[in-house]
Each structure stands twice: as structure tokens, then as C-alpha cells.
Design a protein around this ligand. Sequence first.
Ligand code: FAD
Ligand code: NAD
Length: 482
Amino acid sequence: MASKFDVIVIGGGPAGYHAAIRAAQLGLNTACIDKWLTSDNKPAFGGTCLNVGCIPSKALLEASHKYAEARDSFADIGIVVGDVSIDVGVMMKRKAAVVAGLTKGVAGLLKSNGVTTLEGKARLHGARKVEFTPHGGKAETLEAGNIILATGSVPVEIPPCPLVDGMIVDSTGALELDEVPERLGVIGAGIIGLELGSVWSRLGSEVVLLEALHDFLPVADQQIAKESARQFKKQGMDIRLGARVTGSEVRDGKVHVTYSDEEGDKTETFDKLIVSVGRRPYTEELLAADSGINLDERGFIFVDEFCATDVPGVYAVGDVVRGPMLAHKGMEEGIMAAERIAGHAPAVNYECIPSVIYTSPEVSWVGETEEQLKASGEKYKVGTFPMAASGRALASNDTVGMIKVIADEETDRILGVHMIGAHTSEMIAEAVIAMEFGASAEDLGLTMFAHPTLSESLHEAALAVSGHAIHVANRQRKSKSK
Ligand code: FAD
Ligand code: NAD
């Protein structure tokens, strides 16, 4: 094996494998090192996203959604299915097959693009030297013109709830439960808590989410967050805000949790407990003392807006650097780093990163929330459109939700788009494209949308910004002057 490369990428998750493929496409002799081992000790590329994140969670969300739909609402549209039951074993096997197919696919993509794939641990030294230790092998030193660090993140653990195999689990364990727990506790009502809580709630668990904050989903626009909380409650999820977990104990096959809220100290008993209180950047054993890399005060690798670290020729991308921990954000950073190494000058537009919570209804947004605009004192106008007024939503028997477009009061430039409803994870891309092109609400209003589609609701919400939506009494609103 060669020991000198133009580029070495450490980490083969979405950020790393995008960086490696793009670097190879640009003619750079590239290696990608990843240490991931599956539960049966097989190396796998794709990182958290493919192995224990985006993909397996969406496989379970999709399966449980279809099950709940067949059980709860097929009869509404005249489909009689009798008793619907779930085979958790088959559901998990299919999830594993989807994951295996995709991780092998990524390894294949790396190879077919000419990237040297190296399975094992990497450690960065000074002078762009990398110590590589293959699984079960001896360390060797590699050299590179440039290095891209993409080592990702791991779940945060909290002292009151240490993990207990199969009983108190993190997101990875929550994707592996082999039966539906009767009562499921979830610490943290963030994105993972809501997505994985939804999976098991749809399959029949009684789900209780204990959230430390008093506000629900503070990252989302609060009009949308409130509507989502209402829908989750209707589905039976019990979300308790302002709940500070103080301890947990596994006793007699149950998990006993103590917590306190404004009413005082409380206890709860669950069959399983998921701890989903955030993720932290992962740099364990990555940086040798002479690496020269600096971390910020929260443990992220310190980088500038172009993902350059403090060491010339060393970049860092994805969850291990500042910004939202989202696969697509890491992918774009990986591509940017590779292109900058090749002498191009791309930039990532951090203002236009879409967020999606893949619950039912889906919650999706891009740009600024009304709360952020109020805080910064910007003047804005708002147009909203309820999915219940969409012909396609009615035809699909899926009328929950709304779309909200926020535009600058003077220039009409779109500042944020917030959606709740079926398939908003797909529709939000239309808003991202509009914002990337600096569109005004009027531009969207002047664009023709196919009928009947759910996307027409975005068109109508954009028209509503200036008070001329067609299919609903107009709900135009302006920010109050200070
Ligand atoms: P990772 O995917 O974490 O990959 C890092 C890789 O680096 C790993 O393979 C690791 O083995 C390797 N590595 C680390 N250290 C070393 C070393 N020293 N030597 C060699 N290799 C090393 N995001 C979304 O956008 N959409 C979603 O729907 C979504 N769903 C999620 C669901 C769950 C349950 C979870 C946990 C996360 C989800 N995420 C989602 C977040 C997403 O998975 C991450 O943002 C994304 O994986 C980050 O990519 P990354 O490449 O930066 O890091
Ligand atoms: P999160 O930050 O979304 O939510 C964590 C929640 O836990 C927060 O609401 C926080 O207030 C709460 N919390 C923290 N400490 C607590 C405590 N001691 N007791 C009770 N509540 C507590 O984090 P997550 O849900 O763990 O997800 C981690 C990351 O993974 C997120 O940053 C997210 O971007 C990413 N992710 C994305 C998707 C997606 O894009 N659909 C899906 C899953 C995960």
C-alpha cells in the first residue's frame, strides 16, 4: 500500500465519504480511513448516518407509519384489513438489510471513484502525518498533502441515567429493541426523542418523554412547534416539560426513574428507557499532542467558515465542527473542503440548511423563525396556508398541518419557511431552492405549481404573504413595530 496521498480523509460518514469521493473526482490521490465495526465485528463505511442514524431510524419510522396507518386510518378510506399486527423481527431484519445494502454501496462508491479505503483507526500527528492502525494490525505512518477530519459525534451520556444493556439505551439501542415495550420512557424531547418515541408509540408503547426545558422544540418556529405538540399529544405521546431527571435504577426487570418538575419530586416506572439528550463531537484518540489542532470550548474542532483548522492543510467537517449536526450539512462541508484543496473557492451557505423531524406529521423548516426575527428586530410579514384547504391533502386523507412563509416587510425576500404536515420533508427543498436564489414571496407566487399537489400549499402560503391566497381566507400578518 502506498503511504503518501494527496488527501487523507479520517472518517467515512456522510461528511467524510463525500469529501473523499469529491477529492478523487478532482484527480487527487485520496484515502479514506474509517474504524466503524458492526455489531458482528465487520468494518462498514457510512458512519453514524448509515449504520445507526438517519437510515435505520427512517426505515423504522416508515414501517411503523405504514402499520399505524393500516391500523388506524385505512378504514376511513374504505380499505378493510381486519386485525393488523406487527412482526418486530421482520421489521428489524428489513432495517438491517437496508443498512447493509447502503453501507456496502458507499464502500463500492469510494472504490469505484478510486479512493483507497482503509479500515482501522487513524491518529493525526504534526506535519500532516497520520498514524493508521488497521483492525487487528500494526500501526503504520501515512503522509498527505492535505487532511480532512470527519470523525463525527457520539451520544451524550448523563450521570443520572448511565446506560444499562438492553434496558437504558441510547439511540443505537433504541433502534435494536426486539419487542414493543409496554411503557417506554424517553429522556429528552428533541429530534431523536420525538422520532424514536414515535416509532415505538405507533407500535403500541405508552411513551412518556421527560424534557428538561420548559419550551417545546425551541429550535423550531413556535407556531409550528405548538401545533406539533398538539398532534403528538393526540397520538398518545405524553410530553412532560420542565422535567429534570435526577436518577435511574434497573430493578425487577423495570427501569425506575426519578425526576423533579415545578410540582416537586416524582417517580416513573418503564419497561425500557431511551436517553436522547444530544450528541457531542467525537475526537477521542484522534489528535496526537503534536497535531496542532485546537478545539473550541464545547469540544468541537475549531474551524473557520471554510472548515479550515488552525493547521495549514488540515480541514474538519461534519458533526465534529460547529453548526447543526445534520448529515446534509456535513456532506456539503466535505465537498467544500475537497474543492478548496483542489484550488476552487466554494462556500457553504449556512443560512439555508433545511431541518426535518421525520415524525407524523413531519416538521420541516429553513431560514429564520418568527421568534428569531422578533429578537433581531427585523420587520417581516407572514403568510400561512392550512393543509386542510389543499385538495390533494383532502384526497389523501392527510389534512393535518400548515405552511408558513415569512418574508422581509420591505423587500419581500423570503427569510424563512416553516412546514408541518405529510411529506413536508420533500416540500421543504422547494423553499430551500427559492431561498438559495434569493427569491421573494412574490417570485414563489408567480411560479406555477402542478395541481393537485401538496406543494401548491407553499404557493398559496407565498401568495398569502401579500394577502391574495386563493383557497383560504387570507391570513397575512405583519410584525408589530417596536
Ligand atoms: P459520522 O456519521 O458520525 O461519521 C464519523 C465516522 O468517523 C464514523 O464512521 C467513525 O467510525 C469514524 N471515526 C471516528 N474517529 C475515527 C478515527 N480516529 N479513525 C478512523 N475513523 C474514525 N441527520 C440528518 O441529517 N437527517 C436525519 O434524518 C438524521 N437522523 C438521525 C437519527 C439518529 C438516530 C442519529 C443518531 C443521528 C441522525 N442524524 C440525522 C444525524 C447524522 O447521523 C449526523 O449528522 C451525521 O452522521 C454526521 O456525519 P459525519 O460524517 O460528520 O459523522
Ligand atoms: P436534541 O438536541 O435534538 O434534543 C435533545 C433534547 O434533550 C433537548 O430538547 C434538550 O433540552 C433535552 N435534554 C438535554 N439534557 C436533558 C436532561 N438531562 N433531561 C431531560 N432533557 C434533556 O438532540 P438529540 O435528539 O439527541 O439528537 C442529536 C442530534 O442528532 C441533533 O443535533 C440532531 O440534529 C441530530 N438528528 C437529526 C435528525 C434529523 O435530522 N431528522 C434526527 C435525529 C438526530
